[in-house]
Design a protein around this ligand. Structure first.
Ligand SMILES: [Zn+2]
Ligand SMILES: [Zn+2]
Length: 314
């Protein structure tokens, strides 16, 4: 039996993306051929699986390729054989014409119908461009690794969230507002920034098991514990590396009392930050300047952790 090889191209969607499915976790993503690295190797953005690009076909793509393949195989292999056969019969017919035994051959042939199994690629939640290799890809969820260079996107997602917080400040600065609205906005921005930082932390704990402990649960909301972990496991001393660590720490507490104590400074806050003793039992007077400073420090902290974490994952 001989083997024949045909090349079948898999269609791209309207935006130029091709769907992919991981062999291991079976989850779907898309990438844009022509962007990223010139490689045949692919990493699953969700799990640890990696392998040749040919191991990432979706079932829809395989069904499509098989249906197109049947049609091509018929046209290229079966049809020429049938043509040859017809020719031989015709030859036989003409060689026996006028003889004692005449052979008459009638050939009617209808081409079989091979339906092509067309499909649509799915819509995904987050469209990303890798900071490192510029691959354009789309995933479910937010955090992932780049399928080409396997760089973790958690840091760029975090930095983008902080950029959004900074834009929110610019936006709300453009309009006159009263004190209550101002405080509500500042509280909202402060809370969003720490939530983004916490999201970064949760992703890092999944990727760097062992470097970041399981407890406390919300490590990236607990700056005192995080400071210890970074020093012990990464030799990163954020107390000295950041321009104003004590202010950053104070703002984590401010966020805590706004979340859990209506913004009122309690004994726990004073115990952690004795310098604001005069504010005990009063609402913390959060200012725009403080939130801006905090966003700057949190950006710096994210970059310090990124530089260290990169040394620990491949
Ligand atoms: Zn996977
Ligand atoms: Zn990349």
């Amino acid at each position: 039996m001989s083997t024949h090889t045909f090349q079948i191209s898999i269609p791209k969607d309207d935006d130029g993306f091709v769907g992919r499915e991981c062999l291991e976790c079976k989850r779907y993503f898309k990438l844009k051929p022509g962007t990223g690295l010139p490689t045949q190797h692919c990493h699953c953005p969700y799990c640890e699986y990696e392998g040749d690009q040919n191991t990432f076909w979706t079932q829809d793509q395989l069904d499509y390729a098989q249906s197109v393949g049947k049609q091509i195989a018929y046209e290229k292999l079966v049809e020429p054989l049938l043509d040859d056969l017809t020719k031989s019969f015709k030859k036989l017919e003409s060689s026996t014409r006028g003889g004692f035994l005449q052979i008459k051959v009638n050939t009617t042939r209808t081409k079989p119908f091979f339906p092509i199994k067309y499909y649509n690629e799915s819509e995904l939640e987050t469209l990303l461009t890798c900071d490192n290799c510029k691959l354009e890809f789309a995933i479910y969820g937010v955090f992932s690794r780049c399928p080409d260079c396997s760089q973790l996107n958690a840091f760029s997602i975090f930095q983008k969230s902080i950029e959004v917080c900074k834009k929110q400040i610019d936006l709300f600065n453009q309009f006159p507002h009263d004190k209550d609205v101002e405080l509500a906005n500042l509280k909202f921005i402060l809370s969003n920034a720490i939530s983004s930082f916490d999201g970064l932390g949760k992703e890092l704990r999944k990727k760097l098991v062992g470097q970041f402990p399981d407890k406390p649960k919300n490590l990236f909301q607990n700056i005192d514990e995080l400071e210890k972990v970074l020093l012990q496991n990464f030799s990163l001393d954020i107390k000295t590396q950041l321009s104003d660590y004590s202010f950053l720490r104070q703002m984590f507490q401010v966020r805590h009392v706004f979340e859990h104590n209506m913004g009122v400074v309690d004994a726990d806050f004073i115990r952690k930050v004795p310098s604001i003793n005069h504010l005990v039992d009063r609402k913390y007077p959060l200012t725009l300047n403080e939130v801006q400073m905090f966003l700057g420090l949190l950006t710096d902290l994210g970059k310090l952790i990124e530089d260290e974490a990169k040394k620990h994952y491949t």
